[in-house]
Design a protein around this ligand. Structure first.
Ligand code: KG4
Ligand code: ZN
Length: 353
């Protein structure tokens, strides 16, 4: 296909993200200027099931994708013809969910005769920081110690330059976000669990403590033991199964607050300590964070408190899944000459680093 020629200035990329349960479309200029960011969340649909149901997610993406594209264009004051390239998450994620985003992106790119750029979802989370007026490649400069903590990943990556990553630590079982979601379920809180645990933990007195899995001296994580310990504590306190302790609503709220906070403190301490160890070990010049769990206020506060290095974290709305981060990431790929062909396929297990 013969592409439309694009000038170097003001490149407008439409980014599409459908890897899980958000149908998200964003428009970004030159990889940094956020023009629109539409997120059609499926949370209400999945919360009745206590987690994302892949089949339900796939079908909802089909319904939401075209209105989300139209809304993103309208919000940015653009027409489809103004789009210079189309970026799309092609992995990792749920297969049936990724397909809708990818096929929509291909159709738009083909129709407009503009480049299609496939983006790794995890790399997109890292590039959300470029949207928050930060310029990490200059201030503080590479290498950067990256944390990507989401519903499916808890990865420590050394970012040596644009598009250059070394995976140096990861979870050996549950991801941090998954652990938040499971702990919330044990405590009778709704899905997604992370924001709920954060909300109910406020005002906790620190009466409970849950274990930390340090995994010896490695940079790897494990959260499944913490989930089990949370379950046992909830059982001991008569919080789980629901109604088992005969508590009145105020007593129950106090117990839930303390257990939720103990859980959150354990995750926050392990993640922040390991991220700092990694930064020191690899002589990083700064920290860069992304993924839904990095929206967590306690985690952000603790990392900022203990880090001697500059910490770059997007605002919470750009930590969770969005299309703008995909567009931002694609811009830097485009500048390196990267283009995807229309044969681009989804890759549910796509690695980074
Ligand atoms: O990055 P993300 O939006 O989607 C995936 O790529 O998975 O991350 C979703 C995860 C969920 O597990 C959710 O509970 C968690 O991020 N999360 C949080 C917070 N907001 C979202 N975890 C802790 N604290 C939060 N404030
Ligand atoms: Zn994500």
């Amino acid at each position: 296909m013969c592409e439309r020629v694009i000038g170097p200035a003001d490149m407008k990329i439409l980014g599409i993200e459908t890897s899980c349960d958000e149908t998200a479309v964003g428009i970004v200029e030159d990889g940094r200027r956020l023009r629109s960011n539409v997120i059609a969340s499926q949370t209400a649909l999945h919360s009745v099931h206590g987690g994302v149901v892949p089949e339900v997610a796939s079908r909802q993406h089909i319904k939401d994708i075209v209105p989300a594209v139209e809304q993103a264009l309208a919000d940015s004051g653009s027409n489809l013809q103004d789009v210079d390239a189309v970026a799309v998450t092609h992995g990792p994620g749920l297969a049936g969910a990724l397909i809708t985003g990818l096929n929509t992106a291909k159709a738009i790119a083909f129709g407009l005769n503009v480049p299609l750029i496939g983006v790794n979802h995890l790399e997109g989370h890292i590039y959300a920081s470029w949207l928050s007026h930060a310029n990490p490649e200059e201030d503080p400069g590479f290498p950067l110690a990256c944390l990507v903590a989401s519903g499916g990943h808890t990865d420590l990556l050394l970012m040596e330059g644009h598009g250059r990553y070394e995976l140096v630590g990861r979870t050996r079982d549950d991801a941090a976000g998954e652990a938040f979601d499971k702990a919330a379920r044990i405590l009778g809180l709704s899905f997604p669990g992370g924001p709920e645990i954060q909300r109910v933990s406020q005002g906790a007195k620190g009466l409970q403590r849950l274990p930390r899995a340090w995994m010896k001296d490695t940079l790897d994580f494990s959260f499944s033991g913490l989930k089990t310990a949370t379950l046992h504590l909830a059982q001991e306190q008569g919080v789980y199964p629901p109604g088992s302790g005969g508590h009145n609503p105020d007593e129950l709220a106090d117990l839930v607050r303390e257990i939720a906070s103990a859980f959150q403190e354990s995750v926050v301490e392990v993640i922040s300590t390991k991220l700092l160890h990694m930064a020191e070990k690899y002589h990083a010049r700064g920290l860069i964070l992304g993924g839904g769990v990095t929206a967590n206020a306690r985690l952000r506060q603790e990392i900022a408190r203990i880090s001697p290095l500059p910490v770059i974290i997007p605002p919470p709305v750009l930590c969770t899944d969005n299309g703008a981060m995909i567009a931002a990431c694609a811009y830097f790929q485009y500048k390196r000459g990267h283009r995807s062909g229309l044969e681009l396929d989804i890759d549910p297990g796509l690695p980074l680093g």
